[in-house]
Design a protein around this ligand. Structure first.
Ligand code: GLN
Length: 486
């Protein structure tokens, strides 16, 4: 296998044995970027010189015998995370000139490990979207078929890892944005428990739902990344003070005694037969290996999309009020009054999907409508949490598809936002309940597009997710498949 196709743990061995240097590895990946980035277009900003300098420093750390999991490992970062001195656009024109003076906590943590940062990758504007087509800088393509979407909103992160343009990456998941592009691009995507990973320096979309998560080539790499990014952070008031275990230890365990709940609502009509078949095959592999499957019900799942598309835009309308042309970001210089400057900066800086969300959110929060929309949606959220609580009395994990269908063709749904929103139905409730979830590849469609398998767990049971995901990965036999980029 080429260097750019290998996992963090495989490369770790090569680096620690001195068979390759971090500079050689970084050069190998930069060469891969030269070869395929023209077709994948995952990057908003490349930081090649910084990457080579970080790699040279990593080689010194390795030579001194001080290497840890990510030392010298080249990573791609979703452009939603603040990186000191490196432009951070959040996929929006309104932040085109924004260079953060500080690092997000997750960035500080991976830098402290000696990781190599290759650049900032594409995303839907302000992480609002399913297909990564709302980014004004570049629309990444699915490495398995470049005529198709790579998913979103962490599309650049998923595409970069799948295409060999990074060993792993960080994304963010508010309603599925790590798991869903991971599923569409055939990589592993983890959404940790709300509060497990610091949100400090993560540009806010919907603060009660947002969580940073890794996209990786296999489950072991996902556990290694979570080991580094998880943990309490005094700078995030919602981060939780709870011990971070070594997540890789969960990979030793078999499936004996594990009860998998199959929520009937996740296999409802509208699910593509190929997806259903691949997921059912995954369940079969797990039960043959010792897990037990039980039917469960999450009856309020069908209201998840409606509740989310009130709560998330409501929070976004408040969070995005800070982009006013005054403090930072884009400003219209031709305005003749303050009010006009605000109006023009926001009208010109935000794209149509972001404007739609701000309008929906402002409307839902406005006096006279608040009770009918925001309050109702919050009540539905509680019912969804109760569904999970009851389901987890009968099982240890929930298994399901990640998306109703494989990745569609670029442009196919750009005129139909509602159908995009509805495609979030299988990932959104996880965020509404603050639970951890993972997407792990389980098969391919007849057209050769990847299909993901979703596992959800109770709060702070990421170890259980990894245990089941790893066992599935071992049995599905596709973990070493890489796309031929045409
Ligand atoms: N597709 C969802 C949305 O558009 C989820 C996005 C996300 O998780 N960031 O809001």
């Amino acid at each position: 296998m080429e260097l750019f196709e290998q996992t963090i743990h495989q490369l770790r061995e090569l680096l620690d044995r001195g068979e390759i240097s971090a500079v050689e590895l970084t050069e190998n990946i930069l060469a891969r970027m030269d070869a395929v980035e023209g077709r994948i277009t995952a990057h908003i900003t490349e930081t090649r010189d910084e990457a080579l300098a970080q790699a040279a420093r990593a080689d010194k750390i390795i030579a001194a015998g001080d290497a840890s999991a990510l030392t010298g490992i080249p990573l791609a970062i979703k452009d939603v995370l603040c990186t000191r001195g490196v432009r951070t656009t959040c996929g929006s024109k309104i932040l085109e000139p924004f260079v953060p003076p500080y690092d997000a906590t997750v960035i500080s943590r991976i830098k402290a490990e000696g990781a190599v940062l290759l650049g900032k990758v594409s995303m839907d504007e302000f992480a609002m979207g399913y297909s990564n087509e709302t980014c004004p800088y570049c629309v990444p393509r699915n490495p398995w078929n470049t005529a198709h979407i790579c998913g979103g909103s962490s599309g650049g992160s998923a595409a970069a890892v799948a295409a060999g343009e990074a060993v792993a990456s960080l994304g963010s998941d508010t309603g599925g944005s790590v798991r869903q592009p991971a599923s569409h691009c055939g990589v592993v995507g983890l959404k940790p428990t709300y509060g497990r990973v610091s949100r400090f320096g993560l540009l806010a979309f919907a603060s009660s739902l947002d969580q940073v998560g890794p996209l990786t080539r296999d489950v072991r790499d996902s556990a290694l990344m979570l080991n580094v990014i998880a943990g309490y952070d005094p700078r995030d008031s919602t981060s939780i003070r709870q011990v971070v275990p070594d997540y890789t230890l969960a990979l030793r365990d078999g499936l004996q005694g594990l009860k998998l709940g199959i929520p009937s609502e996740y296999f409802a009509s509208g699910l593509a037969p190929e997806v259903e078949e691949a997921v059912n095959n995954g369940i079969k592999l797990l039960t043959e290996a010792g897990a037990e499957a039980v039917e469960v019900s999450l009856p309020h799942t069908e209201y998840g999309v409606a509740a989310y598309y009130i709560i998330a835009p409501a929070e976004a309308s408040s969070n995005l009020a800070r982009y006013d042309g005054v403090k930072y970001g884009y400003r219209d210089m031709d305005a003749e009054s303050l009010a006009e400057m605000y109006m023009n900066s926001r009208s010109q800086g935000f794209g149509p999907e972001v404007k739609r969300r701000i309008l929906i959110g402002t409307y839902a929060l406005s006096s006279g409508y608040y009770d009918a929309y925001y309050k109702k949606a919050s009540q539905v959220r509680t019912l969804i949490m109760d569904d999970y609580r009851q389901a987890f009395e009968k099982c240890d994990l929930l298994v399901s598809p990640v998306t109703p269908a494989p990745a569609w063709e670029l442009g196919a749904r750009m005129d139909d936002p509602l159908s995009m929103y509805l495609s979030d139905v299988l990932t959104i409730c996880t965020n509404l309940a603050g639970l951890p979830g993972i997407s792990v590849p389980c098969g391919f469609s007849s057209a050769g597009l990847p299909i993901g398998f979703q596992i959800q767990a109770p709060h702070f049971q990421e170890e259980r997710l990894f245990r089941a995901a790893y066992n599935l990965e071992q049995r599905a036999g596709i973990v070493e498949r890489r796309p031929e980029i045409a």
